[in-house]
Design a protein around this ligand. Structure first.
Ligand code: ZN
Length: 132
């Protein structure tokens, strides 16, 4: 590329490509592709995809949390069978770290911010993990 790195690189969130971009283009801003993230989220809600009312509400709530979640970074910190635990934060130096537990068999997802318990919709942290 003429010894120039791209200002922005967009990918589908693959961990390997994210790591490679950081190593090869350290000055490039890595962004996530909206289409891939949205598609991955829908693959995790199963039969609810066919419910029109749920679909409309999902998109309404999802949009803001999704936009906030796109900026978050995550790392897997534990796995036990189909149960995964992630840390989610704004950046590597962030002091505010949320922990998200996700079971891919039961599709149960919990976040330590407890936004779902208070507001009734998924937080940006959980949405971020669903889009992994
Ligand atoms: Zn949360």
């Amino acid at each position: 590329m003429g010894n120039l790195s791209p200002n922005i690189t967009m990918t589908d969130q693959g961990h390997a490509i994210s790591k490679a971009i950081g190593e090869v283009f350290p000055d490039s801003c890595h962004k996530l592709c909206f289409w891939h993230i949205s598609r991955n989220a829908h693959s995790h809600i199963g039969n609810l995809n066919e419910n029109v009312d749920f679909h409309a509400l999902f998109h309404k709530c999802f949009e803001k949390e999704f936009r906030d979640g796109v900026l978050l970074i995550w790392r897997e910190i534990a796995q036990n069978g189909t149960s995964y635990t992630f840390e989610v934060m704004m950046n590597e130096n962030s002091s505010r770290v949320r922990t998200v537990h996700f079971n891919t068999t039961t599709m149960e997802i919990r976040c330590t911010c407890k936004k779902f318990n208070f507001c009734g919709y998924l937080c940006s942290h959980a949405i971020r993990i669903l889009s992994v």
